[in-house]
Design a binder for this molecule. Structure first.
Ligand SMILES: [Ca+2]
Ligand SMILES: [Ca+2]
Length: 96
């Protein structure tokens, strides 16, 4: 199975993919399974709120895409200018 699974208990599908309930997997518009060595592109991981962290994907072992995007996490109030929850705003609701 080359598609990310989805449904009960599984993380939400990445951007550009939708959950195919009967299949129980995230289906994409294109280029799901195979890639060619040296291929790169962009990718994202999203949460239930629609926030998405973007990253770079590259062609890994067995010609499968790997994605280095972080998963959205609760925003942390640290002075590092990191947008942990990937809503596009850094350190929102922080007292500084
Ligand atoms: Ca944020
Ligand atoms: Ca932060």
């Amino acid at each position: 199975m080359c598609l990310p699974s989805c449904g009960d208990g599984a993380p939400p599908c990445p951007l550009g993919r939708t959950c195919d309930a009967p299949l129980g997997a995230c289906r994409a518009e294109a280029d799901d399974c195979a890639c060619t060595d040296g291929d790169t592109g962009t990718c994202a991981r999203a949460d239930d709120d629609g926030n998405a962290c973007t990253g770079t994907r590259s062609c890994g072992a067995n010609q499968r895409w790997t994605c280095d995007a972080a998963s959205p996490a609760p925003e942390l109030c640290t002075p590092t200018d990191i947008d942990e929850d990937c809503d596009g705003i850094t350190n929102e609701d922080c007292p500084f």
